[in-house]
Design a protein around this ligand. Structure first.
Ligand SMILES: [Fe+2]
Length: 160
């Protein structure tokens, strides 16, 4: 049988590239899930002036992070790498610091959020650069994530 880059039901990406792309997608998935958990935590726990705007804005952000995590996870499945979105995987693999428990002033929450979204964005940018050599369709997914995170960053930090 002729050697092929792929088995019958997977895209024509060779195994090491598939593994690397899957790994970079996985690292992004867990950070998007972590952001969505942080977003809800702050949605519930912020207080003070500006509460209502940020409370509502956080739910929009959480929806966006969840939608993006779905796109990222499904790209991994499409290339034959099973994504792991379980809580233990998020804890083990996400580099994001959890926020402090308890009530948080709106301005502090905005700073905490800006810092974390910027941090994730920086890592996603670097992963998408790595994917340029590996798999362009997976790179396209992370570019979509970058574009969304950078728009969010502008909207969040504008509240400071
Ligand atoms: Fe709510």
């Amino acid at each position: 049988m002729a050697t092929s880059k792929t088995t019958t039901d997977l895209p024509a990406i060779d195994a090491p590239a598939r593994e690397e792309a899957g790994h970079l997608l996985q690292l992004t998935l867990v950070e998007l899930i972590a952001l969505s958990l942080i977003g809800k935590q702050l949605h519930w726990n912020i207080k003070g002036p500006g509460f209502r705007d940020l409370h509502l804005h956080l739910d929009e952000l959480v929806d966006e992070w969840r939608d993006l995590s779905d796109v990222v996870a499904e790209r991994a499945v499409a290339i034959g790498v099973p994504p792991d979105g379980r809580a233990p995987a998020v804890i083990a693999q996400s580099q994001l610091e959890p926020v402090e428990p308890g009530l948080t002033a709106v301005a502090d929450a905005v700073r905490e959020l800006t810092h974390r979204v910027a941090e994730v964005d920086e890592r996603v940018r670097s992963r998408s650069e790595q994917l340029g050599e590996v798999d362009l369709a997976s790179q396209d997914v992370l570019i979509e994530v970058t574009r969304a995170l950078e728009k969010q960053l502008w909207m969040i930090r504008s509240q400071l």
